[in-house]
Design a protein around this ligand. Structure first.
Ligand code: ATP
Ligand code: MG
Length: 360
């Protein structure tokens, strides 16, 4: 039988009556992600998403990597299925993991039997398969610190053989948490905050402000590249590119310098809210982190919030810069974010911006 993937569901299993809806969404999302790697069958049974290639043309490595970015999955493994019979299990382990096993000094077998009709219990299965493998490969069984653990799962239809699972992307399926507008700049913070809110199942509509000629085409390309990197997790998205030059010039002409950034931020939020309403989004998301810059103090954030009615969520509000950097590295946006291009927030900045504004 061919290799397939078992993806174990995360928090979805805690959803009582709604669980089916979450599962259906997860299946749809997974089918869409898999479609560019070939034909796959995607099903859910017993808290597990089965992703099976339907023919030899499938790009299994590409599909496996894409599975690692699907929100809603707690852990995942590549495995081989076989008939539920001890001989078949032993033969499959030899075929599938033989090369790996013969290179180890020690191993153990761990079994799980969710099909209770299977005549042996999990300890007996491990003892039998482990005993046969030990003899065949001449490797030592070690229950405490094995170099390799071989897993045998007896499930409804087949037995499945695999090595240890790896963590999945966690979170909830995209689309289950509603829709929000995320304000995406070219910096480190907003790609991470977009990722974090998307991981809770929120579908994103991106808004990016440009101020040509003060901001360049390269700066815009960089933001589009960040959005493209985020689609790996978030799926398809629209980036609304909003010309902002006139507003910024008007602020520069008419406002006290120390209020430039704050007033500009308020305009950004007003416009983002218009987009949100037009596109049926229930919240605004930004990459602000408390105290990072003058416009991100409690007082400044309150003054910014004051112009909108929709809730504004800031997933990285409590993160240190270093933590944001680590996250951006993990999700793959770091290298792009650190490219040095100007953002409309970095032009017309005051030497001494207010840090404790009041609305009045
Ligand atoms: P980032 O690293 O995300 O750029 P930052 O710490 O540089 O954030 P600011 O430049 O003050 O902070 O921006 C705060 C937030 O405002 C950003 O995280 C982003 O959500 C939003 N924002 C800033 N500039 C833009 C822009 N040009 N277009 C859309 N949103 C923006
Ligand atoms: Mg910025």
């Amino acid at each position: 039988m061919k290799e397939l993937f078992l993806l174990k569901l995360g928090e979805i299993v805690l959803k009582g009556q709604n669980r089916r809806v979450f599962e259906d969404k997860l299946k749809t999302n997974t089918r869409r992600r898999m479609s560019k790697f070939g034909q796959f069958k995607v099903t859910i049974t017993q808290s597990t998403l089965y992703v099976e290639p339907l023919n030899d043309d499938c790009d299994l490595d590409g599909a496996w990597e894409a599975c690692g970015a699907i929100f809603g999955i707690a852990s995942m493994c590549r495995c081989r299925a076989c008939e539920k019979d001890l001989d078949a299990i032993f033969k499959t382990v030899v075929e599938y993991l033989g090369d790996e096993l013969s290179m180890q000094k020690s191993f153990k077998v761990e079994s799980k039997r969710s099909d209770k009709r299977f005549p042996l219990n999990s300890i007996q299965i491990s003892q039998y398969v482990g005993g046969e493998l030990g003899q065949f490969f001449n490797v030592k069984a070690d229950m405490h610190h094995p170099d390799l653990t071989v897993y045998v799962e007896i499930r409804e239809k087949y037995a499945y053989i695999h090595t240890p699972s790896v963590p999945g992307a966690g979170g909830l399926p995209i689309g289950m948490g509603g829709r929000a507008v995320s304000l995406l700049s070219g910096g480190l913070d907003s790609p991470v905050s977009s990722y974090m809110i998307a991981r809770r199942g929120v579908e994103l509509e991106m808004v990016h402000f440009v101020s040509p000629p003060y901001t360049s085409q390269q700066a815009l390309d960089k933001v589009l590249e960040l959005a493209r990197l985020l689609t790996v997790y978030c799926g398809r998205m629209i980036v609304h590119i909003i010309p902002f030059t006139e507003i910024q010039e008007e602020i520069r002409r008419n406002c006290p310098e120390e209020y430039f950034t704050l007033i500009m931020r308020r305009f950004m939020m007003r416009i983002a809210e218009r987009v949100a309403v037009e596109y049926g989004c229930g919240a605004l998301i930004t990459g602000e982190s408390l105290g990072q810059v003058a416009s991100q103090t409690l007082q400044s954030l309150a003054a910014t919030n004051e112009v909108c009615t929709l809730p504004v969520y800031r997933p990285v509000i409590g993160f240190d810069k270093q933590e944001i950097v680590e996250r951006s590295w993990e999700i793959g946006t770091y290298e792009t974010s650190i490219q040095p291009f100007e953002d409309c927030c970095t032009i017309f900045v005051a030497k001494h911006p207010v840090t404790k504004p009041n609305i009045k």
